[in-house]
Ligand binder design. Structure first.
Ligand SMILES: Nc1nc2c(ncn2[C@@H]2O[C@H](COP(=O)(O)OP(=O)(O)OP(=O)(O)O)[C@@H](O)[C@H]2O)c(=O)[nH]1
Length: 303
């Protein structure tokens, strides 16, 4: 196995699903990795064709020498999904038979190089079971945002992608202000209502390409791909203002507090923050500055 085979960006493109898209759409199908890196990983098949290959611009990039740059294509026709071998050197196999083009049926096994995928149709019970498992494993039950584990996985992939394409990447760490007081004064269930309300503001404010997660008790994070830090700071300022303007009494009535504020630390990928832990630490340092500066603030290396 070459060192590139360990690249964490492998298979990243179709695996990142913003929260709003969670749930099986009618007609949607997926591939499950049965053999290869990230065993059990699910790749959603939408309405646009999926090109599988070794090339960096393949929709599903598999970094393995036995796989051609453009190896196979899967696409949706009115009758269902089809697969075609793109004249690859080592062929595409469907249920162990080499194919040129074929219809995909629920449960089919696709072999490309050393990878084996299982095709699952949205209507299959197994697909629904996988969907449930996927949601349980990746979502925070209170807010239905991504959980910490999924956040860390997505951040690692986004960092690798941003580095390999020399694209910017920013990270926001968001912490509720004086939240202990909310719990102490209004009770834990009221605290949960506040957390859910803040989560829904974050979800509503964030454009679809942003990745919103709950990474701790009263701590959230938003990954901002493809944006310079100036844009991420402007977005953070908008989120901070939207939460500060919340009228919780009007929304739900007592026993929740009348309002809540948040502090936000923003950092972006550069030579000093090129790993998950370094980028997290940089954003945390900015969050600390925001708390020290009196809370209800956005801090970043810019200000
Ligand atoms: N209701 C509720 N409270 C939680 C949950 N997870 C953590 N907390 C509470 O969040 C509070 C965090 O308090 P601290 O870390 O002291 O921070 P803080 O009071 O927000 O103060 P600053 O961050 O300095 O503004 C604690 O009271 C935790 O019990 C949760 O899921 N639900």
């Amino acid at each position: 196995m070459s060192s590139r085979d360990n690249d964490p960006s492998t298979t990243q493109r179709r695996t990142i699903r913003p929260q709003r898209e969670l749930g099986v759409e009618h007609g949607q199908a997926c591939l499950i990795v049965l053999q290869g890196q990230r065993l059990g990983q699910r790749i959603d098949l939408g309405r646009s064709p999926l090109v599988i290959g070794r090339a960096p611009d393949a929709d599903l990039q598999l970094l393995e020498h036995s796989i051609s740059r453009q190896h196979s294509r899967i696409w949706l026709e009115p009758s269902g999904y089809r697969i075609k071998d793109l004249d690859s050197t080592n062929k595409t196999f469907l249920n162990d038979q080499p194919i040129i083009e074929a219809e995909l049926k629920d449960g089919d096994h696709i072999t490309i190089g050393s990878w084996v995928f299982k095709f699952m149709d949205a209507s299959s019970l197994e697909m629904r079971y996988h969907e449930e498992l996927y949601l349980l494993a990746t979502l925070d039950p209170l807010t239905e945002l991504y959980n910490r584990r999924q956040f860390l996985e997505l951040l690692e992939k986004e960092l690798a992608r941003s580095a390999s394409h020399s694209r910017p990447l920013a990270l926001l760490i968001i912490d509720l202000d004086n939240f202990k007081e909310v719990n102490d004064r209004y009770g834990h269930p009221a605290g949960d209502i506040v957390l859910r309300r803040v989560a829904s503001i974050l979800r509503d404010q964030a454009p679809q390409e942003l990745i919103v997660s709950r990474i701790g008790g009263e701590e959230f994070a938003i990954i901002v791909p493809e944006q310079p830090i100036e844009h991420a700071v402007a977005f953070a300022e908008g989120v901070r203002a939207a939460v500060a303007a919340l009228d919780l009494h009007a929304d739900t009535g007592p026993p929740v507090p009348p309002g809540i504020t948040i502090s936000i630390g923003v950092a972006s990928r550069d030579a000093e923050t090129s790993t998950v832990s370094k980028l997290l630490r940089a954003a945390d340092e900015q969050l600390y500055r925001a708390k020290q500066a009196g809370r209800n603030k956005v801090c970043s290396p810019l200000r």
